[in-house]
Ligand binder design. Structure first.
Ligand code: 4NP
Length: 158
């Protein structure tokens, strides 16, 4: 598989994007592509820099056999637009913010995650003010999206 560097981005980098990072890493490793795909996550905002993922994301990941406790929040930086090939925002607000931050030459790297992965546009909704049960639905959406993303990446010429 052609090497690719993927950055998942949400607002706070504690709920959606670290869960996406953990899920995608798990899927990629199980598919035997760990050597070709590098994965990271970042937030638009700086509120949770240095913080572990939200306990609700940690718990739902753990329930599915994925450990994301070692991840720490960080804010997107200008260097990320050069360092990654795909910069995938979780919702349209994230994509608008990323597009505003991206150097013009790098703007083509920014996509809405679910549209890029599945061909069908849709936000991964912000779960921060939701109850814990919403995180299982979040997990299911991210898993489906990441499986589609891997399939799309596998189709690319190596
Ligand atoms: P995330 O969720 O973008 O999925 O990490 C949020 C986390 C924190 C905040 C908003 C959304 N916040 O406003 O602090």
């Amino acid at each position: 598989m052609k090497p690719v560097r993927i950055l998942f981005v949400c607002l706070g980098n504690i709920c959606r994007s670290p869960l996406a990072e953990g899920v995608m890493r798990d899927i990629v490793h199980k598919a035997g592509h760990g050597h070709a795909v590098s994965i990271d996550s970042a937030g638009i905002g700086a509120w949770h820099v240095g913080a572990p993922p939200d306990q609700r994301s940690i718990s739902v990941a753990k329930a599915h056999g994925i450990d994301i406790t070692g991840l720490r929040g960080r804010q997107i930086s200008a260097a990320d637009f050069a360092a990654f090939d795909l910069i995938l925002g979780m919702d349209m607000s994230n994509v608008r913010d990323l597009s505003a931050l991206a150097p013009a030459a790098m703007a083509g790297k920014v996509h809405l995650f679910m549209r890029y992965a599945t061909g069908h546009a849709g936000d991964v909704p912000d779960p921060y003010y939701e109850t814990a049960d919403v995180f299982e639905a979040l997990y299911q959406m991210l898993e489906a999206g990441c499986l589609s993303l891997l399939a799309r990446l596998e189709e690319r010429a190596s």
